[in-house]
Design a protein around this ligand. Structure first.
Ligand code: PMP
Length: 299
């Protein structure tokens, strides 16, 4: 378990974690009606540098819009959100890099299965920036569970309730001795992991499933596409067959909680990851941590 810092943000206040409570009758608890994001904060000389915080906020806004949680925007503007995150970090004063998980919850009691016109609260907490996959080689198993399609529970929306899909698939992978799952979409093409996007390298080209292929629009995925373009690497966003993964020259995954990590095994087949993965990993680590990175906002 990652280490949780003691002070959290809840509905406009900084409180001890035990005092941040949602009702058992709230839509957040009953239907998983919350949207969330996790972003990385690099720490240099007691100053906090958040990675692509405006993009994380925008994805929360977009997720709320998809779900119909329409009351958050006036209450929780970007400025309010950003200053809440700053206060949260100052209250905990972490000395090592951390993740911040921020969520909007529908906290109305017993409104039934609907989303519009209901009150939302913002919660956020800080925890140690520990990767959820081994950073030196991830072992992946193709899941028997398929990624929820856009016409069912949209993967583009980062909604808490939708993560039952990820839990089913990842637990199955762990039970079989792997680190994480590979989700196929309903047509059998590669989608993503339980909480990360996937890339392959073939003949010097970087390939990843397109944003219309039942994936979360990963902010680290976008970052890697931008870094690769800057490095002159050709990038393609297109459907990938499972067997293309098996014969890829390299495979790696991206996500806030997985960083950029090479894949070493897929369904008992060995996968390499020297070359482009290493180069991108270096550029990615700098984007996340270096004071010079244009992706960072000082809070
Ligand atoms: N896919 C899923 C299902 C995820 O939960 C995540 C983690 N947020 C990602 C991909 C990667 O997204 P990001 O790069 O924005 O962390």
């Amino acid at each position: 378990m990652a280490r949780l810092y003691p002070t959290v943000y809840f509905d406009g206040k900084l409180v001890p974690e035990k005092e941040a409570n949602l009702s058992i009758a709230s839509s957040a608890v009953l239907y998983g009606l919350s949207v969330y994001t996790v972003f990385h904060v690099a720490i240099h000389d007691k100053e906090y540098f958040a990675f692509r915080i405006a993009d994380h906020y925008q994805r929360l806004v977009d997720s709320c819009k998809i779900i119909g949680m329409d009351t958050f925007a006036e209450k929780w503007s970007f400025d309010v959100f950003e200053s809440a995150m700053k206060k949260l970090l100052e209250a905990n004063a972490p000395e090592e890099n951390v993740f911040v998980r921020a969520s909007f919850h529908v906290d109305e009691k017993l409104p039934g299965t609907r989303s519009r016109g209901l009150n939302t609260v913002l919660s956020a907490f800080v925890y140690e920036a520990a990767s959820i996959v081994p950073r030196d080689g991830v072992k992946l198993k193709t899941s028997v569970w398929r990624r929820t399609p856009d016409f069912s529970i949209p993967s583009r929306a980062k909604v808490n309730g939708a993560y039952v899909n990820s839990v089913l698939a990842r637990q199955d992978a762990i039970d079989s001795g792997y680190d994480d799952c590979i989700f196929l979409d309903s047509s059998g093409h590669v989608a993503e992991l339980s909480a990360a996007n996937i890339f392959i390298v073939r003949n010097g080209k970087l390939i990843t499933p397109g944003q219309n292929m039942d994936i979360l629009e990963g902010i680290n995925r976008r970052t890697v596409l931008e870094l690769a373009a800057d490095m002159g690497i050709v990038c393609e966003e297109r459907p990938i067959d499972l067997t293309e993964l098996y014969i890829a020259d390299e495979v790696f995954v991206t996500g806030t909680s997985s960083f950029l990590s090479p894949v070493s095994v897929i369904d008992s087949r060995h996968i390499a990851s020297d070359g482009i993965t290493k180069k991108l990993q270096k550029a990615y680590d700098e984007a996340l941590e270096s004071r010079q990175s244009t992706y960072l906002t000082k809070l």
